[in-house]
Design a protein around this ligand. Structure first.
Ligand SMILES: [Zn+2]
Length: 247
């Protein structure tokens, strides 16, 4: 059975002489594993389209429970990532997160849009990468069933806590004096405002907030550690990205 779909290459692993085993996030079937035979052979027609972080049109063949890439052509190569090692590392982290939080064989259009919009913004240098990363992480958590609850203090109901803190284990907001938990991290007015913006903005506007300096670092710390606390795992690509990060 042949099927055509658009697919984002989340991961590629060399297999045998010239094949690739791909983890694809497809528009029609969600996350699948597919083999691209001969993709590493010289003059291969599928080489570019089966590279990690390529967004491609693919014709796939499904037989006995296994997918094979029959034809593939690049729609968007995200070239801006390929010439910038830090940006590529961050894009690879986005891909690893999507792989970790998506469900095999399940169509997830919002998650796919989030991944593509984030890679696009990163590739084009449209925003500070730290803003893109925090927005990606928070929206990913929200789409994956871990929506933080940051409208008001979970104890006293204050909408603007004097010293806001965010609990990484249950995703709730507290005033510092209301919070008895060791798993909470500090926010400030501006990072809390940005977090609320990111969680409520239309999908294509999630990066359109103004934040810099310490408040951006605070937001980044909370977003990353919330994702790590909820997923209860580490990400090799995140460790790799941090080698290039300058802040
Ligand atoms: Zn309170």
């Amino acid at each position: 059975m042949f099927e055509t779909t658009k697919a984002l290459v989340l991961r590629e692993v060399k297999y045998k002489e010239a094949d690739r085993i791909l983890t694809l996030f497809t528009a029609d079937n969600g996350k699948i594993t597919a083999k691209a035979r001969g993709a590493l052979r010289r003059n291969s027609r599928t080489a570019a389209a089966t590279q990690q972080l390529s967004w491609s049109d693919m014709t796939l063949f499904f037989n006995k429970g296994k997918w094979t890439v029959n034809e593939a052509s690049v729609i968007e190569a995200f070239d801006g990532l390929k010439g910038d090692i830090a940006a590529f590392a961050l894009g690879s982290y986005f891909a690893e997160c999507v792989e970790a939080l998506s469900v095999e064989d399940q169509k997830e259009p919002e998650l796919l849009s989030l991944a593509l919009n984030s890679l696009w913004a990163l590739s084009r240098g449209l925003h500070d990468p730290r803003k893109i990363k925090a927005a990606f992480e928070l929206r990913l958590m929200s789409l994956s069933g871990y929506l933080p609850s940051v409208d008001r203090c979970a104890v006293c109901g204050a909408e603007r806590p004097d010293e806001p803190v965010f609990d990484l284990l249950d995703g709730r907001l507290f005033c510092r004096r209301c919070c008895t938990r060791g798993s909470a991290v500090s926010l400030d007015d501006r990072s809390l405002e940005a977090m609320r913006y990111i969680l409520s903005a239309p999908p294509k506007q999630i990066f359109s907030f103004a934040l810099a300096g310490d408040a951006l670092v605070t937001l980044g710390f909370a977003a990353e550690n919330y994702l790590l606390a909820q997923t209860e795992r580490s990400f090799g690509t995140l460790e790799y990205y941090k080698q290039f990060k300058t802040d």
